[in-house]
Ligand binder design. Structure first.
Ligand code: SF4
Length: 172
């Protein structure tokens, strides 16, 4: 999944302000298109490619253009609802009865190679390994990952302090 949240250099820069390096929208788009081209030339079905757009006040005017541009290029377009960590109406006390499905079907690979169980802010603190040190398959099949999945399946997510916070504050 490529998280873009924009269809212009201006909006992309605004969304990526916290990054150490300045955002380079055209380079990012070029890299994704190159990646899609390589996949096509190699006639590969996988990996499936999804582009993501979290809707906010500052980018909602670009949704339609975003959809139109990517619709015949990628396997999926994900227009996501913005989760406001400050929004108290999302806070739930039913953490013990909640589980998260994300660790069952996804891994998030960061640009430094670190792997997380999801793409949410709280998940940034849960490091599963690094693809420069071990294979993704090993990380997926690791004891930690299997225990982590079981913890969620058995609705014991509260045992991980970051997941507990995430489920409590986002009601995800
Ligand atoms: S509960 Fe939150 S932090 Fe934990 S895996 Fe799910 S989305 Fe990520």
């Amino acid at each position: 999944m490529f998280s873009l949240d924009a269809f212009s250099p201006e909006t992309y820069s605004e969304r990526r302000l916290k990054n150490k390096k300045p955002a380079n929208y055209s380079k990012v788009i070029k890299n994704i298109l190159n990646f899609l081209d390589i996949k096509k030339k190699k006639k590969k079905k996988f990996p499936l490619v999804k582009v993501s757009f979290i809707v906010m006040k500052t980018n909602k005017h670009e949704i339609e253009k975003f959809k139109k541009f990517w619709e015949n290029k990628v396997d999926a377009i994900h227009i996501q609802k913005f989760i406001d960590y400050e929004d108290k109406s999302l806070v739930t006390n039913y953490v013990n009865e909640t589980k998260c499905n994300m660790p069952m079907f996804r891994l998030s690979i960061k640009s430094d190679g670190n792997v997380r169980p999801c793409c949410l802010g709280y998940g940034e603190n849960i490091n599963l390994g690094n693809i420069y040190k071990e294979t993704l398959l090993n990380i997926w099949n690791s004891k930690f990952m299997k225990n982590f999945q079981q913890m969620h399946l058995q609705k014991r997510a509260y045992e991980n302090k970051f997941c507990k916070k995430c489920l409590k504050n986002t009601n995800a």
